[in-house]
Design a protein around this ligand. Structure first.
Ligand SMILES: [Cu+2]
Length: 112
């Protein structure tokens, strides 16, 4: 009698883990924007609130900077040819930025 009960319990736990467990863990993530060929790639990035975005300088000897524009704003980076910048986006909004050395080199991070 009730032989199916253990299986049902296991199935319930698995389903609960699938639907409840991963949600809070996967909401914040880490994504990357590459500075290459005088452009930010991807140019528009959408992340969840609390995510970290890493900007990677990968354009040889060509210097770039990440300058936040408008509101909301984040702390960017001065001009350099190598290295990275990690920005932690804690608040919702569309963050626009540019490289002041290259006209049209712009990007944005949407925090949803
Ligand atoms: Cu640039």
């Amino acid at each position: 009698m009730y032989r199916w009960l253990p299986r049902l319990l296991v199935a319930s736990v698995v389903l609960a883990a699938l639907f409840v467990g991963p949600v809070p863990l996967s909401s914040a993530s880490s994504k990357t924007v590459v500075l290459k060929n005088v452009a930010f790639s991807p140019r528009t990035l959408t992340v969840s609130r609390g995510s970290k975005v890493t900007f990677l300088w990968r354009d040889g000897i060509t210097e770039h900077n990440v300058t936040s524009r408008g509101t909301p704003r984040f702390k960017g980076s001065g001009s350099k040819a190598h290295g990275k910048l990690v920005v932690h986006f804690r608040k919702y909004g569309t963050y626009r930025y540019e490289c002041t050395l290259h006209f049209g080199m712009t990007g944005r991070v949407k925090v949803r």
